[in-house]
Design a protein around this ligand. Structure first.
Ligand code: CO
Length: 138
């Protein structure tokens, strides 16, 4: 385990981003902190800053996207949790050596220009796990 690993965000798949933003604004008593459209993943993201990890709401841009297919199969719900690691290539290598499977290209560029990689839930206790490394400073 990387000594600097930390919980970075928790992501919830929703069919209607605006409705979910309303609900979570009410729960948290604060406005949404930001939004992003990640075209490569076919997803619109709205996020709330918490004391610690962020809370992300994910709405698919269409049915034939990872989140669209998730909603079709499972309905709305917890989609993944993201752990920030300082060295994502090293983490991917360790995980693969231990028999954990990555999903899709790993690493690839995600929201906020982060390097991200997803580990298949089959090896992680049933939770889709995102490894995430901060973008290098510009
Ligand atoms: Co994520």
């Amino acid at each position: 385990m990387d000594s600097q690993a930390r919980l970075e965000h928790v992501a919830i798949a929703v069919p209607d981003l605006e409705a979910a933003v309303q609900v979570y604004s009410t729960i948290l008593g604060r406005a949404v902190a930001g939004r992003e459209h990640v075209e490569s993943e076919g997803v619109r993201v709205a996020f709330f800053e918490l004391d610690g990890p962020r809370l992300e709401l994910l709405e698919p841009t269409g049915p034939d996207t990872p989140i669209g297919r998730f909603l079709e199969r499972r309905g709305p719900g917890l989609h993944h949790i993201a752990l920030e690691v300082p060295d994502i290539e090293g983490a991917i290598e360790r995980c693969r050596a231990a028999g954990l499977e990555t999903v899709g290209e790993a690493p690839r560029t995600g929201a906020g220009r982060r390097k991200v990689a997803f580990l298949h839930p089959g090896g992680t206790g049933g939770v889709l796990l995102e490894l995430s490394q901060r973008a290098d400073e510009p």
